[in-house]
Write a protein that binds this ligand. Structure first.
Ligand code: ARG
Length: 456
């Protein structure tokens, strides 16, 4: 019999039991439920609702339950519908009558919300930390190939040469915004719902601010109905993961391209490639494909929860139990992607020669050549047209742009533009992909990393 079935004339049907039990997945919250319960016991003692021996007894039982979970000896009771009722049932078995006082001035509604906020707070910290490691892996990959460059693309057509470090830093800056977002969300969710009761608070003289402080929350809830009924903090966490996932998906797609024979800019290390069951020569970039593939799942978890929330009247509704699986799934999966992708970048073999040869496609110099003419006072639109005509001439005759420039009156002085790396060195504007500008960005990146590490 569940905690509340005793009042009912007939037991719950198995079909409803199977539908509504959540122990099978919410046992992941056990440590957070225990943390919340400890704070609640201390709050009850402080309010004079438990005497010291009673409080000590309950705290001892909560420790015992923790040890049972840690040692994998905790046994679920046949009618424990979720982790919260399971722990209360076990505590009562261990301490007898005083166990009945544990749930004074508490509902599962504020209890669940408290445990879930504690879980999400830790999860966001862990994801931010793993994201920071990926940022460092990207920087290290760039540092390992100083001066290396590759074509930068627009519309996946070669556009202008860019430094490899600049290219990888672009991903790093996006990830740093993700980290910022994770930590902002962590701050917003850091409000204790404990003491909100089922929905309206309680007539018992507890002090939510006291338990909030014990649990390391920045404040206690302001409104009991809001405290038990909103899962905006879960939706926000899922969004943070979804966007981080989208960023990693783009990185994954890029690695798939780079490691294809067609691009051949890089090879994934043996530790980060898989073989094919049928084609012995294959080296597959599954790590990159899964980084791309998991993002669909993260987006699904977010949109699913938003759909769950949108029609709910105040305050608690059982629909809210559907918040947990998407959250647990996104958290565990994004940590897997972050770790594997960092390893893949740390062991990536970048083919400097191949990438440089592609970036020295004379056509890639066209924009810089036009800018060179601008330096001589030619209005940009005219310079653009002039170089466009030269490029068309080269294409029509099937010769290189360099050869056309070489034979064109007045342009020979610009032939040096076609020297290896020459255009890159000229890219000096702030934030640009030239060596000096890139060094400035690296310094900014390092400051942002220190700042994020400080906030962690
Ligand atoms: N397992 C449930 C959840 O996650 C517990 C809350 C049940 N509360 C209630 N009023 N029926 O939401």
């Amino acid at each position: 019999m569940t905690l509340w079935e005793k009042h009912f004339s007939s037991p719950m049907d198995e079909a409803l039991w199977d539908l509504s039990e959540s122990y099978s997945f919410d046992q992941a919250l056990y440590a957070y439920d225990l943390e919340g319960s400890r704070a609640h016991v201390r709050g009850l003692a402080r309010a004079g609702l438990l005497d010291e021996p009673e409080a000590a007894n309950l705290l001892g039982a909560l420790d015992k339950v923790e040890a049972e979970f840690a040692g994998d000896t905790f046994l679920r009771g046949p009618r424990d519908e979720d982790i919260h009722t399971a722990i209360e049932r076990r505590v009562t078995e261990l301490v007898g009558d005083v166990g009945a006082k544990l749930h004074t001035a508490r509902s599962r509604n504020d209890q669940v919300a408290t445990a879930l906020r504690l879980f999400t707070r830790d999860a966001l910290t862990n994801i931010a930390r793993a994201s920071l490691d990926l940022v460092n892996a990207l920087i290290e990959a760039g540092d390992g190939h100083e001066g290396a460059y590759l074509p930068g693309y627009t519309h996946l057509q070669r556009a202008q040469p860019v430094l490899l470090s600049h290219h990888l830093q672009a991903h790093a800056f996006a990830l740093l915004r993700d980290i910022d977002r994770l930590l902002d969300s962590r701050h917003r969710l850091n409000v204790s719902p404990l003491g909100a009761g089922a929905l309206a608070g309680t007539s018992v003289a507890i002090d939510p601010a006291y338990t909030a402080a014990l649990l390391g929350f920045e404040t206690a809830f302001a409104n009991s109905m809001d405290a038990v009924s909103d899962r905006d903090f879960v939706a926000e966490a899922l969004f943070d993961v979804a966007l981080l996932g989208v960023h990693m998906s783009r990185m994954g797609e890029e690695l798939v391209l780079w490691t294809s024979k067609e691009f051949n800019f890089a090879t994934l290390s043996a530790q980060f490639t898989t073989g094919s069951s049928m084609l012995p020569q294959k080296r597959n970039s599954d790590v990159a494909e899964l980084a791309r593939g998991k993002s669909g799942r993260f987006i699904g978890n977010l949109t699913g929860l938003l759909a769950t929330l949108k029609g709910l009247p105040l305050a608690y509704n059982r629909d809210l139990q559907e918040d947990k699986e998407p959250l647990f799934d996104s958290v565990s999966q994004v940590l897997l992607v972050l770790r594997a992708l960092a390893g893949a970048y740390r062991t990536l073999d970048f083919h400097e020669e191949v990438a440089r040869a592609s970036a020295e496609d004379p056509f890639v110099v066209a924009t810089d050549l036009a800018e060179q003419l601008v330096g001589e006072g030619v209005p940009f639109r005219q310079a653009y047209e002039r170089v466009g005509a030269l490029a068309a001439e080269a294409l029509a005759e099937n010769v290189s742009l360099r050869d056309v420039v070489a034979r064109t009156e007045g342009l020979q002085a610009h032939l040096a533009m076609f020297d290896p790396g020459a255009t890159l060195a000229r890219r000096r504007s702030p934030g640009a992909s030239g060596p000096a500008a890139s060094r400035d960005q690296a310094a900014r990146l390092r400051r942002a990393i220190d700042e994020a590490a400080r906030r962690l």
